[in-house]
Ligand binder design. Structure first.
Ligand code: DC
Length: 231
């Protein structure tokens, strides 16, 4: 069967990664979480003292270090989750914590970081058969993707989901902290100069605020099948 590219963009904690991962597993496609790549670069910058407590990034040092930052993915293991590797080290857990979430937006605005990660993302999609989620997948990374979905839900709903996720992992954070982080990331993601978060003109919008996981999956599979027929 013909393979296509599926681009799933949307706001932080909109559930797009879960949808993308499940779709990829269902249809036997590669799944790439592009946000994990920005998070891994952020973790590298944090570990090397390139981000101050007020979230100022030493852009010059980080850009100079880019050639020595290698990001890859280990296939899903027993937990069903694909693990992100930073220079070969499994950092999947660490890149999800609040500290990284708080520092990732200022790293993701750096043009050179975006250029490098976008090139890598395009390489992953060279042979199609890929589902990628992020902020600029349908607009910048794969403007010709056969299926583009833009996921949204209210900041309150997204903060509730994220809090649940973090609490399940044992992180001690309050709803307010998570909500503030969601709103702040929305602000930075939509207002940055390079590849701001916006819906591609030909993307199908999905507000999943009141949908169950199963309903979202059924909806996405229908869109996928329609896109395959059209392609
Ligand atoms: O999807 P996420 O919350 O894990 O993404 C982490 C951050 O990375 C998010 O604040 C914005 C940035 N990002 C981006 O700028 N472009 C992408 N394609 C994916 C994520």
């Amino acid at each position: 069967m013909k393979k296509i590219i599926v681009a799933i963009d949307g706001y932080s904690s909109s559930g797009k990664s879960t949808m993308a991962r499940e779709l990829a597993a269902r249809v036997g496609y590669i799944y790439v979480d592009s946000g994990a790549m920005y998070r891994a670069v952020t973790l590298y910058a944090m570990r090397h003292g390139m981000i101050t407590p007020d979230k100022t990034v030493d852009t010059e040092r980080l850009v100079a270090a880019l050639p020595s930052i290698h990001i890859s993915f280990a296939p899903a293991g027993a937990d069903g989750v694909q693990h992100t590797l930073l220079n070969g080290e499994d950092v999947e857990r660490e890149i999800r914590d609040m500290q990284v979430s708080e520092n990732v937006s200022p790293v993701a605005v750096i043009q050179e970081v975006r250029q490098r990660l976008v090139a890598l993302q395009q390489e992953f999609g060279e042979h199609k058969g890929i589902v990628m989620d992020g902020r600029d997948i349908g607009t910048t990374v794969f403007p010709n993707a056969e299926l583009k979905v833009f996921v949204c839900a209210s900041p309150e709903e997204r903060a509730r989901r994220r809090l649940k996720e973090l609490s399940e992992k044992g992180e001690n954070v309050t709803y307010q902290e998570v909500y503030d982080n969601v709103v702040e990331r929305d602000r930075i993601d939509t207002s940055r100069e390079v590849s701001p978060l916006r819906k591609a003109e030909d993307a199908i919008e999905l507000d999943n605020g009141t949908m169950t996981r199963q309903e979202q999956m059924d909806w996405l599979l229908r869109q996928f099948e329609a896109a395959i027929i059209k392609s």
